[in-house]
Design a protein around this ligand. Sequence first.
Ligand code: 13P
Length: 256
Amino acid sequence: MRNPIIGGNWKMNKGTPSEAIKMLKELIPLVEKMKSVDIVIAPPFTALFSTIQTVKNSNIMVGAQNMYYEEKGAFTGEVSPIFLNDLGCEYVILGHSERRDIFNESDDLINKKLKTALKSDLKPIVCIGEHLEEREAGRTKEVIENQFNLTFKDLKSEELSRVIIAYEPIWAIGTGKTATPEQAEEIHIFIRELITKIYGKNTAQTIRIQYGGSIKPTNAKEIFDKENIDGGLVGGASLQSKSLYEIIKAAEESIN
Ligand code: 13P
């Protein structure tokens, strides 16, 4: 069985320690009994340290939103996986569509980051997803397959099994437009088929695939109820403790 995983991707919000701490202090008591869902909060770098300190002894884990693929050196403005590890950060989001589209990150760069993250024992949450024009042109599966092949290039089965994949259709991110549970499930099944082709059925069945894109308390349960959807990566609705709590509750209820 795959435990659902809910990620709160705060993006460039709540980056001051005081805002992050306030939100986390509200969230911790709300979710403390929810042991069957993995909960990961990914704040901006500036709030990572205070987030890690605040969630110590709780069931909330912490992720970074990005990192560089080198461990140290003359890379002004970049953050090394070694720094993240040392800070107590367990997860790292890689290849988010905002990184790909706004900061021109290529599949090749994300592949390099992914390999370094795995070497550093960080648990990568790797995002893939299609643009609206690609979906409308009937190219969704072709785009996903291409991203999958390049982003996970040369990964061993043991390495891929430490990865969490987030399917985030770009047209559903921050738009209020959610993929229907059926649209999301279709692509999650397709991603499992891609994994099966290269790594076999066992690996494909153990890897968690989250959905991301306008998840809200009102639509979370019907999405998480789908067999191949193992939780979600939440943007906007992860910024308020109550809405994030309700989404986590929906993930827990989807297990039963
Ligand atoms: P929204 O939930 O705001 O649509 O963002 C989704 C996302 O990009 C999570 O990484």
